[in-house]
Design a protein around this ligand. Structure first.
Ligand SMILES: CC(C)(COP(=O)(O)OP(=O)(O)OC[C@H]1O[C@@H](n2cnc3c(N)ncnc32)[C@H](O)[C@@H]1OP(=O)(O)O)[C@@H](O)C(=O)NCCC(=O)NCCS
Length: 198
């Protein structure tokens, strides 16, 4: 059974019946999928949900369902993924997010991602978490910046799963190391770091 993560306004929970259909509606929304190669068909969405489930089974963490209690039972997903392709920064664990449009502009993605980072660094003992997106996806990069992640132009890369020259091909990479997060967390008073398990 996957862990639940909570922060003041958000709950990150395991997937349950009904979430796949809500996710299909989200991944069929052209605005949500603007920075992906295409919207997802119901079959491709089912494959995505199955892969998310397999990732949890294999690693014990993954893309949790974001719920806004009392407001939105399915607000999207936020979580951690092992990067499944080779690049100059792999092997690596990525933090990612995709929210239904009614959940945009309320700080939910950043709040959920903070809870995920706390879990990654404090509970799972990760040393670094990365994030990446296509260069034009400024909303996603703004989340990375709010989390205190940092980028360097020389780490931009061409996504190996997209054809060279594809308009979404060039990606920016953001990184956050555990020690930086600890300093930030102490400064923000967000969460006292717990001792790491050996
Ligand atoms: C990327 C994505 C998750 C960002 O969502 P977002 O709503 O912009 O990000 P947040 O949830 O952190 O919200 C921040 C905004 O909420 C506002 N906000 C409102 N109330 C707030 C509150 N109580 N606390 C914090 N921020 C609040 C902030 O001012 C900010 O507004 P701004 O964008 O006008 O500056 C969303 O656009 C999305 O799902 N996109 C499609 C999928 C996608 O591209 N995923 C990434 C692929 S790599």
């Amino acid at each position: 059974m996957a862990t639940e993560l909570r922060h003041s306004r958000i709950l990150l929970r395991p997937w349950r019946t009904g979430d796949a259909a809500a996710c299909a509606a989200m991944t069929a929304d052209p605005e949500v999928m603007r920075y992906f190669p295409s919207v997802l068909s119901p079959a491709d969405n089912a494959l995505l949900v199955r892969r998310i489930d397999e990732h949890f089974n294999e690693h014990g963490y993954g893309l949790w369902v974001l719920e806004i209690p009392g407001e939105l039972e399915f607000a999207g997903f936020v979580g951690l993924l092992r990067v499944a392709f080779e690049a100059h920064f792999t092997p690596a664990v990525e933090i990612g997010w995709r929210l239904v449009r009614p959940a945009w502009g309320k700080g939910y993605a950043t709040e959920a991602a903070q809870a995920v980072l706390r879990h990654a660094f404090n509970v799972l003992g990760m040393k670094e978490v990365v994030s990446f997106t296509t260069a034009g996806n400024k909303r996603s990069q703004a989340v990375m910046q709010r989390l205190g992640m940092y980028t360097r132009a020389e780490e931009n890369f061409e996504h190996p799963r997209l054809p060279a020259g594809h308009p979404l091909c060039v990606h920016v990479l953001y990184r956050l190391r555990r020690e930086q997060w600890l300093l930030q967390a102490a400064y923000d008073g967000f969460e006292q770091p717990l001792p790491l398990r050996p």
